[in-house]
Design a protein around this ligand. Structure first.
Ligand SMILES: NC(=O)C1=CN([C@@H]2O[C@H](COP(=O)(O)OP(=O)(O)OC[C@H]3O[C@@H](n4cnc5c(N)ncnc54)[C@H](O)[C@@H]3O)[C@@H](O)[C@H]2O)C=CC1
Ligand SMILES: O=C(O)[C@@H]1CCC=N1
Length: 267
């Protein structure tokens, strides 16, 4: 079986590792490179996975997922580049880091795929976009698709869309959690017990997401179905418009897109 290494086993590294294990990948075909010794030990105990040096991971694995912060990417590439050989595949999960940034730091003939997953990968409901680098063929994309497909849906996009993708689905779960948090607080302000407000909000979000996915109906139509003339929803939506929530979402996602662009420059 081809060997897969994950370098950087924080939040996303573990999401990927656990997804591969849940999808039935043999733990013997996986290895992890992780700088923090306590974290490495935790993963060894939790999954039975072998922790190796980054150099060994680069030497032994056919596919290497790079799951470190963008700011750590240069150091990791400097460490593994002498061990890499043509034919291997690097799958980078780092926000903002372009395939050309990576290609310029590794030997010719090493294929690079840039991917942008999100944390719902932890419950197999992830959304990952993947984009090929310049030395990629379809088998490399298929390999990256298989890797990320263990944690949810995968969509192929051109690399020029990746900063926008990062702003929408990569960071997206945080916006949804922010909305959930705000609605729970509102419920408490309105006098509901916190546990009741939490139950109400979470099921409302899950139910609404399921409606979107299962009916395929446009969100505007679904919103109109809830909005009775002169009713409660209309009163609430007017406040959201008055407070420019739609404009705030646009500005927020432009800021995320711009931050993604800046990360490759190490700022
Ligand atoms: N957290 C998220 O929702 C998402 C994160 N990403 C991307 O995933 C990457 C990782 O993010 P997180 O998992 O959130 O960060 P994290 O900080 O939880 O994990 C990074 C891990 O890399 C390890 N590390 C750092 N330098 C290393 C080195 N030289 N060798 C081996 N291990 C090293 C750290 O000890 C840490 O465990 C980032 O590039 C981020 O842009 C992408 C999509 C979503
Ligand atoms: O906040 C970040 O930079 C990473 C990338 C997408 C989600 N988390």
């Amino acid at each position: 079986m081809p060997q897969t290494a994950i370098i950087g086993a924080g939040v996303m590294g573990e999401a990927l590792l656990s997804g591969l294990v849940r999808a039935g990948r043999r733990v013997d075909d996986l290895m992890v490179g992780e700088k923090r010794a306590d974290r490495a030990k935790e993963l060894e105990e939790r999954y039975g996975v072998t922790v190796v040096s980054n150099a060994e991971a680069a030497r032994k694995a056919d596919t290497i997922a790079l799951v470190v912060k963008p700011q750590d990417m240069n150091d990791v590439l400097e460490e593994i580049a002498p061990e890499l050989r043509p034919g291997q595949l690097l799958v980078s999960i780092a926000a903002g880091i372009t395939t050309s940034y990576i290609e310029s730091r590794v030997p010719d003939g090493v294929a690079v795929v840039r991917v942008m997953p999100n944390t719902p990968a932890l419950v197999d409901e992830g959304m990952t976009a993947i984009a090929p680098g310049s030395h990629c063929d379809d088998s490399h994309l298929a390999e990256a698709e298989g890797l990320m497909g263990s944690t949810g849906r995968v969509l192929r996009v051109p690399e020029r869309q990746m900063d926008a993708v990062t702003a929408i689905s990569g960071s997206g779960p945080a916006y949804i959690f922010f909305v959930v948090e705000s609605m729970i607080e509102a419920g408490v302000h309105l006098g509901l017990p916190r546990a009741t407000a939490t139950d109400l909000v979470i099921q409302t979000v899950v139910g609404s997401a399921k409606m979107l996915r299962e009916t395929g109906t446009h969100p505007v139509v679904l919103r109109e179905q809830v909005t009775s003339p002169g009713g409660t929803t209309a009163a609430a939506l007017r406040e959201l418009e008055t407070h420019r929530v739609r404009a705030a979402f646009l500005a927020a996602m432009e800021a995320a897109r711009d931050r993604s662009r800046a990360l490759a420059e190490g700022t």
